[in-house]
Write a protein that binds this ligand. Sequence first.
Ligand SMILES: [Fe+2]
Length: 213
Amino acid sequence: MDTNSKNIVNLNLKRKEKILDFSDFQKQNIKFDVSKLQEAYRQIVKTKKFDDGGGISHFGAICLTRKPGDPDSVKGSKARGIYWTKPDKSGEEVSRDINIDESEYSEFIPDYENTYFKEVFDVLSSKFKLGRVRVLLKEPRSTLSWHRDPEPRLHIPIITNPGCLMVIDNVAKHMPADGSVWITNNTKYHNAFNGGEENRVHLVACVLDYKFN
Ligand SMILES: [Fe+2]
């Protein structure tokens, strides 16, 4: 019997279905120093605890930007924000959490101004119109809901492991912690999971002026 790979791999898929399309993960032409990002992260977690977004398990957020002079603008559900999900067998979409005017989050929080995050923020905000900028924690062996967000998101992985993947539509990708900057199409249904045994930490910014085709 002929067992060459051509005969084994015959799933009768159309050509477009065989090719993974990673265009919802767009690597940007900017790079930061990941060891400085890790050091900045260690600096801020010495004094700041992650907000659980109003009681979300395995989730944590530290906001780096806020509404000018408003410390309450980064707490509880404002650390998370509106999204849409399909929670049950009906497949019907529902919205969760509260609407946020991202453009109001223009002030870098003064407590973190002496960290590398400020330098990163200044570079990013010179290139993109940003909303909230957050350090997001995904705890080991945990997942987000299957959901969509109002706008694309910029990711800079700070701490990750091979079991951390983001899934957009039907395509999954690991983003390494090497200083790279990604913009992901969070307006499509997506998820992120950490299948490793250590925390995953990303800098995540809402991007208000980035269009996917
Ligand atoms: Fe999301």
